[in-house]
Design a protein around this ligand. Structure first.
Ligand code: 6GU
Length: 229
């Protein structure tokens, strides 16, 4: 899978060089390319923002650098990639969407800063690819970079081969609409706290039933909204 990221803070994405995703990049499973939006400006100050038409607080990202970046990264002959703009005004990014996006051959992420990007950029991007606005949740970050880091990790780890043991992807929180069951390892007693005896019983059916019950109970307590869906 190829991932392009456009940002005015490209070094934030240095963190993608370590751990599982770093290994996946080295092995060629993930081709992640980070681009500095300011490289697509032509003035001495490398300006990417300006005051909003109609007035109001804050600055808006100018369309020209975004147009030049999209022209460079997504050529007209390219096979319409997915173009994702992280935005608190977007649709909610979920495990189901991460799974869907993990099958895309190519995703371009455009990280906005300030109060947003000139709206015409989204229309122009839609001529080059399939545009989605995605939000991590109902809170506001200063820019899309941290959100894109989260999305790249959630999507990248679902690309076949990135996570060594694919079974560890099956019994995770949100994969079946429930939260994950609690996990324990040795010792069986730690600071007077015992591991639930059923896990030491060797009875696989009983273990599976107990874990399922724990999943439902936890989800009911912590995330009743998930059970309602
Ligand atoms: Cl995707 N972007 C920003 N700026 N803030 C957010 C977000 C995204 N998701 C939640 N808050």
């Amino acid at each position: 899978m190829r991932i392009d990221v456009v940002s005015i803070f490209p070094t934030i994405f240095d963190a993608l060089e370590v751990s599982l995703l770093g290994k996946a990049r080295q092995s060629g499973l993930l081709d992640i390319r980070v681009h500095d939006l300011r490289d697509y400006t032509h003035d001495r100050h490398r300006t990417v923002d300006d005051t909003p038409y109609g007035g109001g607080a804050g600055m808006v990202m100018k369309p020209e650098p975004w147009g030049a970046a999209l022209d460079d990264i997504v050529s007209e002959v390219d096979d319409r990639p997915l173009i994702v703009f992280p935005s608190p005004a977007g649709e909610r990014f979920t495990q189901a969407i991460a799974r869907e996006l993990s099958t895309a051959p190519r995703i371009v992420f455009g990280c906005g800063r300030y109060e947003g990007i000139d709206e015409r950029v989204f229309d122009y991007a839609a001529e080059r690819g399939d545009v989605r606005l995605l939000s991590l949740g109902d809170y506001v970050l200063n820019g899309g970079e941290v959100a894109v880091m989260a999305m790249v990790e959630a999507i990248g780890r679902l690309v076949p081969g990135v996570v060594g043991n694919p079974e560890s992807l099956v019994e995770e929180s949100h994969e079946d609409g429930l939260l994950e069951y609690p996990s324990y390892t040795k010792p069986a007693v730690w600071r007077e706290r015992e591991v639930p005896p059923v896990l030491l019983s060797g009875n696989h059916g009983a273990v599976a039933a107990w874990r399922r019950e724990q999943q439902v109970q936890r989800t009911r307590e912590r995330r009743p909204d998930l059970l309602a869906d």
